[in-house]
Design a protein around this ligand. Structure first.
Ligand SMILES: [Cu+2]
Length: 183
């Protein structure tokens, strides 16, 4: 079962929480001061490849996303990865759609702020998408941090972990597991 805890904190809590997590809050002015927001999620990963045993089958994750002044910092921590995978790097991204066990396609494409703005073609890199690749430690954990110059729109979305590291085109192979994130 997935234990999922969600907290959306008021703007007044942003500074205290971000200080605890050492997440830098952007100082640049964008005129978007009213949207300071912290989103945290944690729970067991949902299996997107249930037909086969995988290294993430007993893993869980914590996500913290801090948005302020038109920028967002995202921190992902994964625990419980099969320790035989130490040194392996997994691709991970924020996807536009929801995290549905057994249905990798439900997560849809990467969340891409250019695509949502209607730019053709959209730029695909770490400034238009949230990339959270991590390398497995000897203790079976993984940590990733991303800072992007946009604020993802609210919705039921997914952090998807892929089989391979993300390449320069944003491709990372089959979808193995996901963490739901909603705000
Ligand atoms: Cu992805």
């Amino acid at each position: 079962m997935t234990a999922l805890v969600r907290k959306v904190l008021p703007a007044t809590a942003v500074l205290a929480v971000s200080a605890l997590a050492a997440v830098p809050v952007a100082a640049a002015q964008s005129g978007d001061d009213s949207h300071a927001r912290v989103v945290t999620e944690h729970g067991e990963l949902r299996d997107l490849a249930p037909a086969t045993a995988g290294p993430l089958d007993h893993a869980s994750a914590v996500l913290m996303m801090v948005s302020d002044h038109g920028k967002t910092s995202v921190r992902l921590q994964v625990h419980g990865i099969d320790r035989s995978q130490a040194g392996r790097r997994f691709g991970a991204h924020l996807h536009f759609g929801p995290c549905v066990a057994g249905n990798g396609a439900a997560a849809g494409p990467h969340y891409n702020t250019d695509a949502l703005a209607g730019r053709v073609p959209p730029r695909v890199d770490e400034t238009t998408e949230v990339w959270l690749d991590f390398t497995v430690t000897g203790g079976g954990t993984g940590h990733a941090f991303a800072a992007v110059p946009f604020v993802p729109q609210a919705g039921d979305r997914a952090i998807v972990i892929h089989q391979d590291p993300t390449d320069e085109h944003g491709v990372a192979g089959p979808r193995l597991a996901c963490l739901p994130v909603s705000w």
